[in-house]
Design a protein around this ligand. Structure first.
Ligand SMILES: [Cu+2]
Length: 176
């Protein structure tokens, strides 16, 4: 794994976190306050409103398991994959990725609760822009049109931010 790959994963993760916290700064108490962590394996725990490790390194075809160790709900939201429904305490979500790349995700319920899965050597034949766009690329047929994919990545960020905003409004609504 190269430094460039790690940096790209960090950029994707931070971009997701920043887009969400930017909308919901006032409610930042509910998100992940731990530092970013990284590890190799197939398991990501949701604990103290953090995905741990923040960046998981795995191989193509590995079964990746997300498990909620908190007493409250989380979700795993990304573009084209994920578990958008609430995962309660002890509940799991499993997925796998056939292609090398960086797959970013976030929990829309908790600002700053985000992470990424790095599959294989994500540097292979990819520049920084395409690495950042890989979560989108995984959801659409392969294309050489990087600009279009980048626009999709921007849409992912905006969508995540909007989702966090809606969640905040709902929580603040009396009687909701
Ligand atoms: Cu969460």
């Amino acid at each position: 794994m190269t430094i460039r790959t790690r940096r790209a994963a960090a950029i994707v993760t931070l971009a997701l976190g920043a887009s969400i916290t930017g909308v919901s700064t006032a409610s930042a108490g509910g998100g992940c306050h731990g530092g970013a962590t990284e590890g190799r394996g197939t398991r990501i725990e949701m604990l103290d409103a953090c995905f741990t490790p923040t960046t998981l390194f795995a191989e193509p075809g590995d079964t990746i398991t997300f498990v909620n160790r908190d007493e409250f709900a989380h979700n795993v939201t990304a573009n084209g994959w994920g578990n958008f429904e609430d995962l309660g305490e002890g509940e799991r979500y499993t997925t796998s990725f056939a292609d090398e790349g960086v797959y970013a995700y976030a929990c829309t319920l908790h600002p700053g609760m985000s992470g990424s899965v790095v599959i294989g050597d994500a540097d292979a034949g990819a520049d920084a822009a395409s690495v950042e766009a890989l979560p989108v690329a995984a959801a659409v047929p392969a294309s050489d049109d990087r600009g279009w994919i980048a626009a999709g990545a921007a849409g992912l960020l905006i969508g995540a931010a909007a989702g966090a905003g809606i969640a905040t409004v709902r929580r603040r609504s009396p009687g909701a």
